[in-house]
Design a protein around this ligand. Structure first.
Ligand code: ADP
Ligand code: MG
Length: 691
C-alpha cells in the first residue's frame, strides 16, 4: 500500500509525533485539527469516521436518475468557468462523457478546480444528480482520477467529523499515509482477550475502519475499537472496586433499634424508596470494606433523611461524620434540617463554611480533632488541611458532581481507615450509563416523592407570548403566591451573571411590575446581605426574587409557586429540572415558565421535553437520546477519557467488556503481566482510586 518513499518518511514518525511534524501540515491545519481534538498522530489514527459513502456501485450515465447520489466513470470535456449574473458566484462547469452519453457537472465557488479538471481525464465522479435546464447534472460532485489507488471515490469512503475548512477528503489524505504505522501501535487488548472475544488486532482494525474492504470488515473493526474502550473502562472500575472491598474500611454495625427509633421520631412516614435506600446504606456500612454508594433522587425526594439516619448510626457506633455541600446556602440548609431531625437523638451538627469567623472556626476544628463533636456540615472549607477528624466513619457529599474527584478523595482520606462514602445527587446519570461511569459505585434511587407533592406544570413561552405569561404571574401573586426569576449568564465578562440579573431586576421592578415588591439576589453580594434578602423573600416581604443561576436558590419557600426562567434554552435539561425543584413544595399548584429568547427547532424540542417530563430519571434518559451517547456531558465532567468508538448505551457490549475485565483481574489483579494495559490505566486515575 505504501510506496518506498513514504515508508522512509514514516520511519521518523511515531504515534506520539505532533501533527505539526507531518508533511504538509501548517499551523492553520494544526489549529483546525486541534478543534477536532487531534494533536498527535495517534489522535489522527483514532479519529473515527462518522459514516461512509458507498461509491462502489457505478451507474452508467444513461441510467442516472435525478434526486439521488450516484457514482459514474466518465471522461471530462469542455471545462468552463464563469460568474453567475444573479448571485455573483463562480461556476465551474464540465461535460462528463460515458461512451455516447453525456451528463453535466457544476461546482459552485470552487474556481481552483480549473487547475484540476483536464479535458480528456478519466475520473470517477460521485454526487447528487439533479435536473437543470440543460438536462441531468452532478452538483458539486467529488471526483478522482481512475487508476491510482482510490482514496475518495469507488470505495467505502470514510466521512469524518469535520470542522470548518477541514473536509473529509483532506482528513483522508492525512490519515491514509499513516495507516502503516497502526501495526506498530502497542495493542492495548492482550492477545488472550482478543482471541477469547474473536477480535482483530489494533493495526488491522484501524486500517479497516479508515479504509474498509467491505461492510463486514468495517463493522468488525469498529467493534474491536469500541470493545477496547469499554474493556479499559471496566478494568479500571472493577479494579478500584476490588481494592476498596478488600482493603480495611470502617465498619459501622447496623443497629435495627437505632434505625427504628429514628424513623419513629420523624413527623412523617418514610416512603418505600427511603426505606429501601436506608436499608442499603446501613447494610453497606456494616459490611467489609468501605461503602461507596450514590443516592439519586429529585430535589425534594427526601435524600437528606436517609443521610441523617446513616449519620446517626455512625455516631452511635462512635464515629464522626462529615457532610459536604457545594454552596454555603445548601450547607446551611443541611445544617438546619439535620439539627431538626437529630435533636431528639442528642446529635447536634456543627457548621463550617468559608465565612465562619476565625475564632469559631478554631473551636470547631479543635472539637473535631479531639473527637468532642461528631457531626460536621460544611462546604469546601471541610477539606482544608488543618481540618482533621479523630475518628471519621462516614462522609456524605451532596450534589457530588459539583466536586472534583480529588476534592472528594481529600475529604475521604481524612479518616484513619477508609470511611464510608455516601454521595447524593439530584442530577441522576441515566441508568444506561450508570454501569459505565459509576462502575465502582452502588446506586440507590428515590423515584417517588413524599406524599402531597404535585408535579410542577411547565410551559415553554415564546417571546410573543410574554405579556400573557406576565398577566398570569400577576394573577398568582394577587392570590398571595410568590415567584422566583432565574437569569442566565449572557455576556462572557459577566461570569457571575451580576449584570444580567441586575438589568432584569430593574426591568421587572420599573416596567413590568411597578406595583409589586421585586427583590434581587446575586453572588457579588456579601453573605450577610444575601441572607437578609433571602430572608425577606422567605417571610413573604417580597413578591418576586430575581436571581442568577450561580446562586442556587437553596431556600425552601413553600409559598413560592412560580418559577420563571429567562433564556431557558441556555440551560441544560438537568439544570432546568433542578431549578424546577424550587417550587412545588406545598399544597398549592406550582408552575414553571420557560421563557425562550430565541426560537429554533432543536432548542424548542429540548424545552418541550422538560415541560413534558416530570421525573429527573426520565429526563436524564431523554437528554441522552437527544444528545446521543457520544456527547454525554457527564463523561468529561467525570474526568473519563472520551469514548471515540464505543456506544455507551450498548448494554450487551458493556456487559461483555465487564465480564472480560473481571476474568482478566482474576488472574492478574495488579495488571503486571501486560505493560500496555497498565499504561492505559493512567487515563482513568482522575475517576477511579487506582493508587
Ligand atoms: P432532597 O435532599 O432530596 O432534596 P429533603 O431531604 O431535603 O430532599 O426533603 C425535602 C422535604 O421533604 C423536607 O422538608 C423533608 O422534611 C420532607 N420529607 C422528606 N421525606 C418525607 C416523607 N417521607 N414524607 C413527608 N415529607 C418528607
Ligand atoms: Mg437536598
Amino acid at each position: 500500500m505504501a510506496s518506498p518513499s513514504t515508508t522512509a518518511r514514516l520511519a521518523a514518525i511515531s504515534p506520539s509525533t505532533s501533527v505539526l511534524e507531518l508533511p504538509g501540515v501548517k499551523d492553520m491545519i494544526a489549529l483546525r485539527l486541534d478543534r477536532l481534538g487531534i494533536t498527535t498522530v495517534r489522535d489522527l489514527l483514532f479519529h473515527m469516521p462518522r459514516r461512509y459513502e458507498d461509491t462502489r456501485v457505478l451507474t452508467p450515465v444513461a441510467q442516472l436518475r435525478a434526486g439521488e447520489v450516484q457514482t459514474s466513470q466518465v471522461v471530462i470535456r469542455n471545462v468552463t468557468v464563469h460568474r453567475s449574473h444573479v448571485k455573483k458566484i463562480w461556476l465551474v462547469e464540465a461535460s462528463l462523457v460515458d461512451g455516447r452519453d453525456v451528463v453535466g457537472a457544476v461546482w459552485f465557488n470552487q474556481r481552483f478546480l480549473m487547475n484540476q479538471l483536464r479535458s480528456g481525464m478519466e475520473v470517477l465522479v460521485s454526487g447528487k444528480v439533479e435536473t437543470s435546464r440543460t438536462g441531468l447534472t452532478f452538483r458539486n460532485p467529488t471526483f478522482e482520477r481512475v487508476g491510482s489507488e482510490q482514496r475518495h471515490v469507488g470505495r467505502l469512503a470514510p466521512v469524518y467529523p469535520e470542522t470548518e475548512k477541514l473536509s473529509s477528503a483532506r482528513l483522508r489524505s492525512l490519515i491514509e499515509p499513516l495507516l502503516p504505522l497502526a501495526d506498530s501501535l502497542p495493542d492495548r487488548l492482550p492477545s488472550e482477550v482478543r482471541s477469547a472475544e474473536h477480535l482483530m488486532g489494533i493495526g488491522t482494525a484501524l486500517r479497516q475502519v479508515h479504509f474498509p474492504d467491505d461492510e463486514q470488515s468495517r463493522a468488525r473493526a469498529h467493534e474491536r475499537i469500541a470493545f477496547e474502550e469499554l474493556f479499559l473502562l471496566q478494568l479500571a472500575a472493577q479494579r478500584a472496586r476490588r481494592r476498596r472491598l478488600s482493603s480495611a474500611g470502617v465498619a459501622i454495625p447496623y443497629d435495627v433499634e437505632v434505625a427504628r427509633a429514628f424513623a419513629g421520631s420523624l413527623p412523617f412516614q418514610l416512603t418505600e424508596g427511603q426505606r429501601v435506600a436506608a436499608h442499603q446504606v446501613l447494610t453497606d456500612m456494616a459490611g467489609s470494606g468501605s461503602m461507596n454508594r450514590l443516592l439519586q433522587g429529585d430535589v425534594g425526594s427526601g435524600k437528606t433523611v436517609v443521610a441523617a439516619m446513616a449519620a446517626l448510626m455512625a455516631h452511635r457506633a462512635g464515629f464522626q461524620v462529615a457532610v459536604m455541600a457545594p454552596t454555603e446556602i445548601l450547607a446551611r440548609q443541611h445544617q438546619a434540617t439535620l439539627t431538626q431531625m437529630l435533636a431528639a437523638h442528642d446529635l447536634a451538627p456543627r457548621l463550617l463554611v468559608g465565612s465562619t469567623p476565625a475564632r469559631a472556626r478554631r473551636e470547631i476544628v479543635e472539637a473535631m480533632a479531639n473527637g468532642r463533636e461528631s457531626l460536621l456540615v460544611g462546604t469546601h472549607a471541610l477539606i482544608e488541611d488543618d481540618v482533621v477528624f479523630s475518628d471519621l466513619g462516614l462522609v456524605v457529599v451532596d450534589e457530588q458532581h459539583r466536586f472534583g474527584v480529588a476534592q472528594r478523595q481529600r475529604l475521604r482520606r481524612k479518616g484513619a481507615l477508609m470511611p464510608n462514602f455516601l454521595a447524593m445527587t439530584a442530577t441522576p446519570i441515566p441508568r444506561s450509563l450508570s454501569l459505565t461511569v459509576y462502575g465502582d459505585v452502588n446506586i440507590s434511587e428515590l423515584r417517588e416523592m413524599p406524599p402531597g407533592r404535585h408535579p410542577v406544570a411547565t410551559r415553554v413561552v415564546p417571546p410573543y407570548q410574554r405579556d400573557e405569561a406576565y398577566a398570569f404571574i400577576r394573577e398568582q401573586i394577587g392570590a398571595g403566591r410568590q415567584a422566583f426569576v432565574i437569569c442566565p449568564l449572557i455576556e462572557e465578562n459577566d461570569k457571575l451573571g451580576v449584570r444580567s440579573a441586575t438589568a432584569e431586576h430593574e426591568r421587572l421592578r420599573d416596567d413590568v411590575f411597578p406595583d409589586l415588591r421585586v427583590e434581587l439576589l446575586h453572588g457579588r453580594m456579601p453573605s450577610r446581605e444575601k441572607e437578609e434578602r433571602m430572608g425577606r423573600f422567605a417571610r413573604g416581604d417580597a413578591d418576586l426574587l430575581v436571581a442568577t443561576s450561580v446562586i442556587e436558590v437553596g431556600v425552601d419557600v413553600p409559598n413560592a409557586t412560580i418559577l420563571v426562567i429567562e433564556g431557558a434554552e441556555r440551560f441544560g435539561l438537568a439544570q432546568l429540572h433542578q431549578f424546577r425543584g424550587r417550587v412545588g413544595r406545598d399544597r398549592h399548584r406550582s408552575y414553571c415558565i420557560l421563557f425562550q429568547s430565541s426560537i429554533d427547532d432543536e432548542g424548542s424540542q429540548r424545552l418541550e421535553t422538560v415541560a413534558a417530563t416530570h421525573s429527573g430519571f426520565d429526563l436524564a434518559e431523554a437528554d441522552l437520546r437527544l444528545r446521543g451517547a457520544g456527547d454525554v456531558a457527564g463523561l468529561r465532567q467525570h474526568g473519563l477519557p472520551e469514548m471515540l468508538a464505543a456506544d455507551l448505551l450498548d448494554v450487551a457490549m458493556l456487559q461483555r467488556a465487564r465480564a472480560a475485565a473481571e476474568a482478566w483481574l482474576d488472574h492478574d489483579p495488579e495488571l503486571t503481566s501486560y505493560a500496555p494495559l497498565h499504561e492505559a490505566m493512567t487515563g482513568y486515575r482522575a475517576v477511579f482510586d487506582l493508587d
